[in-house]
Design a protein around this ligand. Structure first.
Ligand code: HEC
Length: 487
């Protein structure tokens, strides 16, 4: 209601100005003491019949003391690409000025991306990222963080020259790794391999460095051990997701395959779906029975992958073999039981306590991947208003059977680069220039069209099944009440 009243007042203000005034008058009130009036004047000047807003007017608004007006001015600037040339000096001044607060920094970041094709803006990146320029570290981090989104043209070689120094600086390393993920640099691989085994570097960064260093090579036993340790529900979510991403994109040796299968416990909080390709690729004669046992155990604890994922899992087992027959039977039992199981759980949709459910949300690792309000991970959709857009039954189904439907914007895709590297994740953007995928660890991979060998949608969910087993039935009831209360 508050928002509706605000909009109403703003429109009333615009209508009043429009009825009363001519252009010079409206220009005059750009300096009015009321932010509401200043904002209305700004929008009016940008529209017919006036359409006389100038870059100078916008500059004033960009520097306005009211944050709402600043934000409106930045949006207007995004619409007026013809001012990109004039915007570059302004951006430079902002970036090199005193400390920026977070919202302003992220707004500047999005303007840099908007105007990325402008030579002056590209030059700004090169200059401020140059190790010889005394750019403050927070600003360097901001600039590095934008690089993966600059996909309109080839990256400027000067940007990539900033990477080695950034990899060596703890405060910049995460952003630098993201840059390497987007712009593969084969000559960085030995450097990354060193980071991957450096015990002084946080595990998630080591795992990502290993992922980038082992694009073509296999996984060293050190890295493999680190990844296995990070898979458990007790590990921080970023580590767990980075480990899953590393393992599912590696070529495992038969010994590593056996270790992975035997160390997978019920406490592993990642989806087996994603592991199917790597497991079926690595399996050999000797490990085939353990792989069958592994899949059977997952199916018995409720794993119900979509049919294409199951088919991939069954590939190592020949038609009519006892393993194939029992795996298929277990899967069919699960699928047949889905409707029944949903009905059983249906009773839990009523009578829970949302306040206690919030604790379950953290305990069942939901918060690692989902944001509610200001907190939580970003590997899955934001659930802040999920209770308003999904029925109780939908919510139940999303938790019990994640791969039965996909939230918009999170449909998984698999891409194979021409150099053989595989990337999978949610599709962030797709255009004639290429695609951008966000993997479960939150890394955005930008791949140019000419580097893509194949690209397809998948039926597997990055959300693990069986998370309800981390909770008692009462706790699950509370969790469902909490989800339904998010409106
Ligand atoms: C490893 C990351 C991860 C964890 C942990 C996780 N989710 Fe998800 N979740 C996802 C992803 C990715 C999607 C989107 C793909 C899909 O719909 O399957 C999703 C989808 C959902 C949806 C559907 C959203 C929509 O818009 O329809 C709901 C509801 C949900 N999750 C709830 C939960 C709850 C409750 C938990 C904890 C019991 C949980 N998730 C744990 C990653 C995760």
């Amino acid at each position: 209601m508050v928002r509706a009243a605000d909009d109403f007042e703003r429109h009333a203000c615009i209508a009043a100005l429009l009825a009363l005034a001519d252009e010079p008058f409206i220009r005059g009130v750009l300096g009015h003491p009321s932010p509401r009036v200043r904002l209305a004047a700004l929008h009016l000047l940008d529209q017919p019949p006036f359409a006389t807003l100038s870059f100078g007017d916008l500059m004033g608004a960009l520097a306005d003391k009211d944050a709402g007006i600043q934000a409106a001015a930045r949006r207007l600037l995004e619409r007026h690409r013809e001012w990109a040339g004039s915007a570059a000096p302004w951006l430079r001044e902002q970036l090199t000025s005193a400390e920026l607060d977070d919202p302003t920094a992220s707004a500047l970041g999005s303007l840099l991306v908007t105007f990325q094709s402008e030579a002056a803006v590209r030059q700004l990146f090169s200059e401020l990222l140059d190790p010889a320029t005394p750019t403050p570290i927070a600003m360097r981090a901001l600039l590095l963080a934008q690089l993966p989104a600059l996909t309109a043209q080839e990256p400027d070689p000067a940007w990539l020259r900033a990477v080695p120094a950034a990899l060596a600086e703890p405060a910049l390393r995460a952003a630098a790794l993201q840059v390497v993920a987007s712009y593969p640099q084969p000559d960085r691989e030995s450097h990354l391999a060193k980071l991957a085994v450096d015990a002084g570097v946080p595990a998630a960064q080591r795992l990502l460095a290993a992922r980038l260093a082992s694009r073509r090579a296999g996984l060293s036993d050190d890295m493999f051990t680190l990844a296995i340790a990070a898979l458990g529900a007790a590990a921080p979510a970023v580590d767990r997701l980075a480990a899953a991403d590393l393992l599912t994109h590696s070529r495992l040796t038969p010994a590593q395959l056996r270790r992975l299968l035997s160390s997978w416990t019920s406490g592993v909080a990642v989806s087996p779906d994603a592991f199917v390709p790597v497991l079926t690729r690595a399996v050999d004669e000797a490990s085939r029975p353990s792989l069958a046992d592994f899949f059977l155990a997952r199916l018995r604890s409720g794993w119900s992958p979509a049919r294409p994922t199951l088919d991939e899992a069954l590939r190592p087992f020949s038609d009519g073999s006892p393993e194939r027959v029992s795996l298929l039977a277990a899967w069919e039992r699960n699928r047949a039981g889905m409707a029944e199981r949903l009905r059983e759980f249906h009773a839990l949709l009523a009578g829970g306590d949302p306040a206690r459910g919030r604790e379950g949300f953290a305990k069942a690792t939901c918060a690692d991947c989902h944001r509610v309000g200001e907190r939580g991970g970003t590997a899955g959709p934001d659930l802040t208003r999920i209770g308003a857009i999904r029925s109780g039954t939908d919510l139940l189904e999303s938790v019990l059977y994640p791969s039965s439907s996909f939230a918009q914007g999170f449909e998984p895709h698999r891409l194979i680069r021409r150099d053989g590297e595989e990337v999978s994740g949610a599709l962030v953007a797709q255009g004639p220039g290429g695609v951008r995928l966000r993997d479960v660890a939150g890394i955005v991979h930008s791949v140019r069209s000419e580097d893509i060998a194949s690209f397809e949608r998948q039926q597997l969910s990055a959300m693990p099944e069986g998370l309800e087993q981390l909770l008692t039935s009462d706790q699950f009831r509370d969790l469902l009440a909490y989800l339904q209360s998010l409106k």
